[in-house]
Design a protein around this ligand. Structure first.
Ligand SMILES: Cc1cc2nc3c(=O)[nH]c(=O)nc-3n(C[C@H](O)[C@H](O)[C@H](O)COP(=O)(O)O)c2cc1C
Ligand code: SF4
Length: 516
């Protein structure tokens, strides 16, 4: 009987994978539901004897089985999108049934945990430190240092918290881990708990991920005996972007309002319920079993500069070949967008690429030489964040995108500090004023409030467009340096990069002219 493998990942389901699976079953095939290969534009993708077919509809099944399908893509493992990758974290993607303990164990699962138990907590932390693994949630903080701080803290209880809030635009790698290879995350958390002496771990998942929640709950139940005495529990967030910020997440886990906490104290010393806590992103924890099983050296041998190992990069937006691309750091932005992503889906020229989610900068194609690396992007006034890439074609209005960044910050602000809470709203108003007059530079007289005598420090003369832009830059400066957390602090990145790289969209002279 023909064995057909089709993903049950949420993206494949959204594209109609269930119907295609049912059509193969009705045609007498055995259908196995596996994780996704991450070639999203080919979903629903079916695999028969290593050969791929996609994107399929139920009506395509007869031609696939008759070996006459125009949707045949050849051997999946040899497809350029897959063959160019270095898959450490996603080594099992597309190959195993997500909730099969048998598949997991037969494909390298639990080897990292066995090694950690064999070498003990101290040597386990040393391996993670030497691997150079940095937090994949955005800040890129070295995982080994965080673990060492928690391990050295003395307390009656310690916790591991997995940050699975994944709120960034264009990101889905955490979701794919949880839906496609949930035992890997369980194993990573068990290793972390063993290393720092934690008894309990929580996986905090956003409510918008019902499939991931169900898979993680099932995986935690099915593997409880393998990771005992460590216990894991899945908790569901209520859908606030700011609850991805680690201290806000801890408040939410404790049943409190998702408001950012001032640091210090660091969560590593006083985290969940006031106890030492490791908070790590899904991808950070999911990288750990591979590191333990294959050795720190093998992991650190891949990468670029201080960015060691691989990064599961998520390519999305207006792009031809969107999906999950895991590769060593150092690949350039241009390679990702043009060679791997295939340019825009619309076929129009690429205008901008936002890297690092809603708080990331908008890069023009002139930045395509940048290597994917924490330091290189920081030096270019950007960030790689959780490695989401959103592509825009030349129809994008970048002043509108800048407005969106401020609006997003205003909507998601936890309200604790003024630069973010008030600044973002003033930022929306200011960008609205700039956009309203971008092609007609009339002056703006002081409004009724500004004209009041008690507003002694308000400007009393008309503001030109150039003045408004200076005011926007000034506001961004205040938000950048005055905000308590990165939501307010990083919102200036998309705003200022849009202004710097695409000034004509704000009514100012194009970048080249301005430089002359
Ligand atoms: C507004 C905001 C949202 C964030 N959202 C997430 C998120 O969804 N997932 C995540 O892992 N980290 C997120 N972070 C980063 C976390 O605060 C924290 O740095 C991370 O969980 C630490 O784990 P890591 O060291 O493994 O990256 C966010 C930070 C901010 C300021
Ligand atoms: S920057 Fe915004 S989200 Fe962060 S603490 Fe301040 S108000 Fe809250």
């Amino acid at each position: 009987m023909t064995l057909v493998r089709i993903s049950d990942d949420a993206l494949a389901l959204a594209c109609g994978a269930d119907d295609v699976a049912a059509a193969f079953a009705a045609a007498g095939c055995t259908v196995e539901r596996v994780s996704s290969w991450g070639m999203h534009w080919l979903e629903p993708l079916a695999e028969i004897d290593g050969q791929g077919f996609g994107p399929l509809e139920p009506g395509d099944v007869a031609t696939v089985l008759a070996e006459a399908s125009p949707k045949a893509i050849g051997p999946i493992a040899a497809h350029p999108f897959i063959a160019r990758q270095q898959r450490f974290t996603f080594a099992r993607a597309g190959k195993t049934r997500p909730l099969s303990l048998e598949d997991y164990a037969a494909n390298g699962g639990w080897q990292g945990l066995a090694k950690a138990r064999e070498i003990g907590p101290e040597a386990t932390i040393a391996e993670v430190t030497e691997s150079g693994l940095r937090g994949r949630g955005g800040a890129g903080f070295p995982a080994g240092i965080k673990w060492t701080t928690v391990a050295k803290a003395s307390a009656d209880r310690k916790y591991i918290v997995c940050n699975a809030d994944e709120g960034d635009s264009a990101t889905f790698a955490d979701r794919m881990v949880m839906e496609g290879d949930p035992f890997m995350l369980v194993e990573g958390m068990a290793i972390a708990a063993h290393a720092v002496g934690a008894q309990k771990g929580y996986v905090y998942i956003r409510s918008e991920y019902p499939h991931a929640i169900a898979k993680m709950e099932a995986a935690v139940r099915a593997s409880a005996h393998l990771i005992a005495p460590v216990e894991l529990e899945v908790r569901v967030g209520a859908g606030a972007y700011v609850c991805g910020e680690e201290t806000s997440l801890l408040n939410s886990l404790e049943g409190k309002r998702g408001e950012v906490r001032a640091k210090p104290p660091l969560p590593a010393l006083e985290g969940l319920f006031g106890k030492p806590t490791v908070v790590n992103n899904v991808l950070t924890l999911a990288a750990v079993p591979w590191i333990l099983a294959n050795g720190a050296e093998a992991y650190a041998a891949v990468g670029f500069g201080r960015s060691k190992g691989t990064m599961p990069i998520q390519i999305a937006g207006n792009v031809k070949h969107g999906g999950l691309f895991e590769v060593g750091f150092g690949i350039t932005l241009g390679e990702l967008v043009n060679d791997i992503g295939g340019g825009t889906a619309s076929g129009r020229p690429v205008r901008a690429v936002q890297v690092g989610g809603p708080l990331g900068a908008y890069h023009a194609p002139s930045d395509f030489h940048l290597p994917f690396d924490y330091e290189a992007f920081a030096a270019a006034d950007g960030l790689i964040g959780h490695a989401g890439i959103t592509v825009f074609d030349d129809t994008a209005d970048m002043s509108r995108q800048a407005r969106f960044a401020m609006e997003f910050c205003a909507a998601e602000s936890c309200g604790k500090c003024t630069p973010c809470r008030i600044g973002s709203t003033r930022g929306v108003e200011l960008i609205d004023r700039i956009r309203a007059r971008k092609n007609a530079d009339f002056g703006r007289a002081p409004d009724r409030v500004e004209a009041l005598p008690q507003m002694h420090n308000a400007r009393k003369v008309e503001r030109s467009l150039a003045d408004e832009i200076v005011l926007l830059e000034d506001l961004c400066e205040t938000m950048k340096f005055g905000s308590l957390c990165a939501l307010g602090g990083f919102t200036p990145y998309p705003v200022l990069s849009a202004l710097r790289n695409f000034p004509e969209d704000f009514g100012a002279a194009p970048a080249k002219e301005a430089a002359e």
